[in-house]
Each structure stands twice: as C-alpha cells, then as structure tokens.
Design a protein around this ligand. Structure first.
Ligand code: HSE
Length: 298
C-alpha cells in the first residue's frame, strides 16, 4: 500500500510573524511516495533532484517519521521516495515540505490516527534536525494548508487563518544558499518595547486583514522591524527587489522564511505577474541568477 503526495513549499514569518506565521504555496513543492513495509522503521530508498542524505537519522523526513512511529502502535514501517524540487537553503520551507509530507502521508496510510496538531509536533523534529530549532511556522501551513498562526509553542497551539479569495504570492529565489541555522545566529535575542509595539500591531493588522479580506490592511501590515533589517544584508539587491515590487503594485514584500528568497503578496494574478516582471528586471541587469514562482494562496 502506498500514497503519492504533493508537499507544498511555504513562506514562513510573512514579515511581521517571525516563527509564528506561515502560508502554503499551491504550485511549488516536492513529490513524495510513501509505502508501508512489513519491515519496521523507516527507509529512504530514493531522492531525486537534490543531493541529500538517505540515512534515516540524517534525513528530516526520516526523523519526523521516527517521531510518528514512536507514538504509534503500528507494527510495520515505511519506505520513502522523494522527488525534491524545492532547493534546500532557499527559504521556502524545503525541510518542512519533507518533514510534513512524510508524516502526513504516513498518517493517511495508517487511517489517520493522529490530528494535524500531532503531525506538526512530529514534523517539528525534522525542523530541529535541519535548523537546530524546532520551529513550526513552515510545517504548520504545510500540514494545514493556507495561512497558519502558531499562537503558542508550549503548549503547541495552531490556528488556521482564512485566505482572501484573490491573494497571490510571488517568490523569487536568488541562486545562493542560506542555512536557516546561520541566519538565526546573526539575530539579536532581545527586542526593544518600541519595536515590539510596531511588530504586534502589524501582526494583529495582518490577521484582521485576512479575516476581513481587506487587501489594503494586509499591505499596511506587511512590515518587519526586527528581523528583516538584519537578514536582508545576506540577500543580493534586497532593497531594490522590494522597492520595485511595491512600485509594480505588490501589497507588501519581505524575506521568505530565513531567506534568501523574497516574497511579495498581491491582489489578483495580473498584479502578481507584474510584480514577477519587476523582480526579474531587477536581477537580470545585475547578472543574478534566480528562480521565480507565482502561486495562489488557498
Ligand atoms: N521562522 C524561521 C526563521 C523560518 O525565520 O528562522 C525558517 O524557514
């Protein structure tokens, strides 16, 4: 018995929600086949597209799967094949797609004994392996779909948020790799009250905008006063990409997850395409290679 699934890429943080907010992309992701085996444990039999470890303990899908097996009374095991299309270190939740995909597929094959919240907990073990921190802001939207909020880590509390009907994401990935563990090390561990006030005002505003389908409010709220000023120095021409995306009509723009990908949200596909064009025209003349995607958010 086997299942073939799509594992979505995700945008974490979404500017104002560091480690708590994320969204799933509908048209960017990996494919994974998960198969039940009589042999116990987890075997990763094939990975195409990227050079990643096959050893269960060194692979995020293996580690997430082991966390699920440890809580299950299932006697057998699983085999995993991954068609890895999301580049590791690109900032759109490559490790989360594999961690979340593995446990989601296993749960389906077992007849859904686990809740989505439990699946997130298992998948977080994969994130811990990948980035040293068991953050849930990529795995939660990968499992729940759409926008999610990690209201609390202890106890884990995840809220699914509504997505306005015409919301699109444009994501550009300059072809460099930034490890999440590295881009976390450069962050300060404290913030000022002043910055806190700005940030939670925006986070509340963004969430209200999603509930009210208020695109202007979403746009007004897409700011990050804490992490972006520090991390953006790792990203080629970040300020120009963002400024040109806004000029082309984006509601807002920022770093996707820990970067180097940059995202912009737009109302409607036409605007998302114009934003994509502006991003291309920013990178092409300065000779930066990139991938670019447009995705509806559901
Ligand atoms: N919230 C995490 C970070 C996401 O920004 O480090 C990593 O994809």
């Amino acid at each position: 018995e086997e299942i073939k699934i799509f594992c979505p890429a995700t945008i974490a943080n979404v500017s104002c929600g560091f480690d708590v907010l994320g969204l799933a992309l509908d048209s960017v992701g990996d494919e994974m086949i998960v198969r039940k085996t009589t042999e116990k444990g987890i075997r990763i039999t094939k990975i195409i597209g990227q050079d990643l470890p096959l050893e269960t303990e060194k692979n995020v899908s293996g580690v997430a799967g082991l966390a699920l097996l440890a809580k299950s009374d299932y006697e057998g095991g699983f085999e995993i094949e991954i068609d890895k299309r999301i580049k590791p270190g690109s900032g759109i939740g490559s490790s989360a797609a594999s961690s979340a995909g593995a446990v989601w597929a296993m749960n389906e094959l077992l007849g859904k004994p686990f809740s989505n919240l439990e699946l997130v907990q298992f998948a977080m073990q994969g994130e811990k392996l990948a980035s040293d921190v068991a953050h849930a802001d990529n795995v939660a939207p990968a499992i729940y779909g759409g926008f999610t909020l990690v209201r609390s880590y202890d106890p884990l509390d995840i809220i699914s948020l509504p997505t306005p009907a015409e919301l699109y994401a444009t994501v550009i990935h300059p072809q460099i790799e930034v490890k999440t563990s590295d881009s976390r090390k450069i962050l300060k561990t404290t913030i000022s009250l002043e910055k806190g006030i700005q940030q939670w005002g925006n986070l509340g505003g963004l969430i209200a905008g999603l509930f009210q389908s208020d695109y202007d409010l979403i746009g007004r709220s897409l700011h990050d006063h804490i992490v972006e000023p520090i991390r953006s120095i790792l990203i080629p021409a970040f300020d120009d990409i963002k400024a040109n995306a806004l000029k082309a009509g984006a509601l807002g723009s920022g770093i996707s997850g820990s970067g180097p990908s940059i995202f912009a949200l737009s109302k409607g596909e036409e605007n998302a395409k114009k934003v994509a064009q502006s991003m291309k025209e920013t990178y092409q003349p300065i000779g930066i290679d990139f991938d670019i995607h447009i995705s509806k958010i559901n």
